[in-house]
Structures are given as structure tokens and as C-alpha cells.
Design a protein around this ligand. Sequence first.
Ligand SMILES: [Zn+2]
Length: 201
Amino acid sequence: MFKARHRLLATAFAYAEQGIAVRQAYSVIRTASALDAFGRWRCACGDLTCQRPGTHASGDDWLTDIADVARVWSTPQSPNLLATSGAAVWFWKLPRVIGAYGMRLFEQQRPGPWPPLLKLPSGDWVVATARPVAGVTLATGVSAFQPGTPVLMPPSRLPSGRTRWLQSPAFPQTPLPSAESVHELVQQAERERFELLGYVG
Ligand SMILES: [Zn+2]
């Protein structure tokens, strides 16, 4: 437990050092056994029916100052970690199937460094790239997390377990692929999938 908390603090530090704004989210806590024999995880926000446990902001401010980050994440119940798109990184949401397909193509072609990739409980993916330089064309269902929109970051804990980047686990201390190279592959994945399904010649 101590180690996990320490990891959240260290990760929040690393983001701030890279100029990536971070924000605290409610952690998940175990329900007291008197209330739930299974001791299930629930959101620390206090709403027993919370629909977004561990993923919604518990602080108003985006932080980039190391001292602020230390103050927030050194607490005994270390909060979960949110980040947002900006100059240093851009986050995207990929639908389940196209995301998996795109990453397989990435594995085959390796056009650049691995993009950090996180699987959401919904099955969709969050992928991180460098900030897009020019406009990028997005495949169906792909969307950008705009600056100011909070995105949950590993190693935050969800009721389903601790989140982790499937690729590039040392992010943000690793180089990011360009947004253009990643979206080119995701679009190629979409085309190949359509062909497979017989939608186009
Ligand atoms: Zn909540």
C-alpha cells in the first residue's frame, strides 16, 4: 500500500516536471465489513451509488507546481491522478476494436516509440501521443481529450484494480510518438477492418 501511494506521488511529480498539469481525483476505498461483507471498493466521494468511482476530480485546480503536487499526493489516502492534454502530451480515446487493431499494426510496423496505452473498464482505450502538429484525421469513434478535460492516469486505482499503461510504462519519462503516426495507423486499421467485414471492395 505504501509503495502504491509512493508511486502515485512519484508519477504526479514526473508529470509536473514535464509540464503536464495534474489534478486529484477521488480514490477508491474498501467499504467497511460491517456494511459490506465483501469489503468491496467504493468511491471516496461518499456517494454509495457513485457511477464514476475513482475517476472524478476532487480538487478544483490543475497543478503544475512541484510543491502543490507534494502537498496533495503525500497525504495518507493518496488521491487518484488526473492529467490533461497540453503542450507536452495529447490524450485520445480509441474505441475498443479499432484501438486493438491499430495497436497490432503498430506492433508490426513500429513507426516510432510506443504510445502509452491504457485500457478503460469500458473496453475503450486511452492513448497518449505528442501534441498534434498539423490537423490529424480521426477514424470513426476516435476523439481527442481537449486541454482541461481530465483523463485518469496510471497507477490510479479503480474498483477493478490498479490501472497501468500497457505500453511505455515509464511514461512520462519516455519519448512519445507523433499524433500523426498513431492516427495514420488507426485509420489504416479502420480501413482494413471495413474491408474484412466486406463494406468496401
Ligand atoms: Zn465518486
